[in-house]
Design a protein around this ligand. Structure first.
Ligand code: FAD
Length: 292
């Protein structure tokens, strides 16, 4: 941890960084369990933590509250996710003014997804994340990240178009964080493709420790990622033993994380799903933080 340094661009420059992602819980029990997970993970001294934003602004207040809580009550730099679909420019300005007043300095600027089938779309001044990246950069004072999709975004018509849009947004942003993946070659190929487009900004890989294969497979399908057959076969060895399944998920994520660090990744971003055990075990396996 670099005391006093809170902008992710600066933390990455001194990297590799370790970061954890949380989502705002839906109920009181969820908040209590998240509080415990954050307390346990704070010992690992992450460089930053991030808080997701519900599509169309559905967690607008809860995300802002959790980000501000991290800023005031912990020593960790927070990053607020912000999706632009369904927001006006006035909404975005209000949200950024609030974060500036709270001393929050990092924004992950996202497109978000259109409303689910049957839901009425809200008034929106935005279509793509790039427009939000520009508005956050023009507002000033924030380190700005974007999403990267190693196995392509599901709405991209082809590989070249996906990479060109990613390159364009990375020209204006400071860094990217990836969707989760299980084979390192997806990540390395994406970096080569970005380098060919003259983009060399840090792209932090997102790591998903599997505990529930069905849940992760559903998430992967929605985001255009693949759960390879070797992962399914390894997880199947656990049978009905849920603890063993979690241990195998940790081993898979630990191996991938080690490969990524060896390959020079600028950091590791863990999708914690608001739990601490798997992330703590991976960190221990990597020998990164083993004092807790
Ligand atoms: P964009 O960059 O806008 O891209 C979306 C699609 O549009 C891509 O196919 C892209 O190639 C294409 N595109 C971009 N620009 C153009 C253009 N000018 N013309 C034509 N096509 C274009 N979702 C949430 O709701 N809340 C979260 O907190 C959240 N956090 C995330 C964190 C990470 C690290 C990642 C990887 C994803 C996250 N998401 C989150 C999911 C994300 O919102 C969805 O994947 C969404 O569908 C796309 O977001 P994006 O920022 O990649 O969008």
């Amino acid at each position: 941890m670099l005391y006093g340094v809170t902008k992710i661009a600066d933390l990455l420059a001194a990297g590799p960084t370790i970061s954890f992602e949380f989502f705002p819980p839906k109920n009181e029990a969820g908040w209590l369990s998240l509080g415990r997970a954050i307390a346990e993970l704070e010992h690992l001294e992450p460089h930053f933590v991030s808080v997701t934003y519900g599509a169309g602004g559905s967690t607008r207040t809860k995300t802002a509250d959790l980000v501000s809580w991290v800023r005031r009550q912990t020593h960790i730099a927070p990053m607020a996710h912000l999706t632009c679909a369904g927001h006006t420019k006035a909404d975005i300005r209000d949200i950024l003014l609030n974060y500036r007043a709270e001393g929050v300095e990092n924004i992950l600027a996202l497109g978000g997804d259109p409303p689910a089938h049957g839901e009425a779309p809200s008034e929106s001044d935005y279509r793509y994340s790039l427009e939000l990246v520009h508005d956050v950069a023009d507002f000033g004072g924030f380190s700005v990240g974007v999403a990267a999709h190693p196995e392509l975004h599901p709405r991209s018509p082809d590989r070249a178009t996906d990479r060109q849009h990613l390159a364009t947004k990375l020209h204006s942003a400071d860094f990217a964080i990836t969707q989760f993946f299980f084979d390192i070659h997806h990540y390395l190929e994406m970096l080569d493709e970005l380098a060919a487009l003259n983009v060399h900004k840090p792209v932090v890989p997102g790591i998903m420790p599997i505990s529930n294969l069905g849940q992760v497979t559903r998430m992967a399908h929605m985001s255009g990622a693949d759960v390879p057959s070797w992962v399914v076969e390894r997880m199947a060895k656990a049978g009905d033993d849920l603890d063993e399944a979690e241990r195998i998920g940790v081993d898979i994520a630990s191996d991938l994380s080690a490969q990524l660090l060896d390959a020079g990744a600028p950091g590791l971003h863990f999708y914690t799903l608001n739990r601490s055990w798997a992330t703590r075990e991976i960190m221990r396996n990597l020998g990164l933080r083993d004092r807790d």
